[in-house]
Design a protein around this ligand. Structure first.
Ligand code: ZN
Ligand code: ZN
Length: 195
């Protein structure tokens, strides 16, 4: 049985521990989402709580990113904790029953100054997922965690000097021969005519 598709019946009162390596392919990660160097290792604990299954643990591995300044690929260590809750699909409260979010909102006193803070706290809960049948599919949940961990502007190092906008030299390897002050187009035209 794969680490990514545990059986619900294997989760005992003590829970179920899952440890293993999973590949980008098994996670359904496309290269455009995030590139991985080798498999990532996951260590997860599953616990049953009422109708929910809580998943907590850690994911570790190496992502390959491309620096937005020098365009070089570099390895980026991945290590983050995973929190998710799975509910059985089709076991949602029937219409008319108390909807959790509405219920929470009603508890807030009207005009209370702390309303916004309370709402934010509610939204910080575990990410909610669903499962059907006799097993849980963990791949998409882990995939989302990896994508969310990807920086919007990856940098190979904080002070990456980037490429020269004119000659394209990697300025991390030293200065290029371009003049410090970019000459105007007019001067360049005059130089060309002299040659
Ligand atoms: Zn760079
Ligand atoms: Zn240059």
């Amino acid at each position: 049985m794969s680490v990514l598709t545990p059986l619900v019946s294997d989760i005992t009162a003590e829970g179920l521990s899952l440890v293993g390596d999973v590949t980008a392919e098994e996670l359904g990660l496309a290269g455009t989402d995030a590139m991985l160097r080798g498999p990532v290792s996951v260590s997860l604990d599953l616990m049953k709580a009422d109708d929910m299954i809580a998943v907590t643990g850690v994911l570790e591995g190496t992502a390959v990113r491309q620096c937005v300044r020098c365009l070089k690929e570099y390895d980026d260590a991945l290590a983050f904790s995973v929190h998710a809750a799975f509910a059985r699909e089709g076991k949602e409260p029937k219409s008319g029953a108390r909807q959790p979010k509405t219920g929470e909102a009603r508890r807030v006193r009207p005009g209370s100054v702390k309303t916004e803070t309370d709402v934010e706290t509610e939204d910080e809960g575990d990410d909610r997922y669903f499962y059907q049948g006799d097993h849980i599919e963990l791949a998409s949940m882990l995939r989302e965690h990896i994508i969310l961990a990807s920086p919007m502007q990856p940098l190979c190092r904080e002070n990456c000097a980037g490429l020269c906008a004119r000659c394209g030299k990697d300025l991390n390897e030293g200065p290029c021969l371009c003049p410090a002050e970019a000459p105007s187009t007019a001067i360049r035209v005059i130089r060309t005519t002299r040659n």
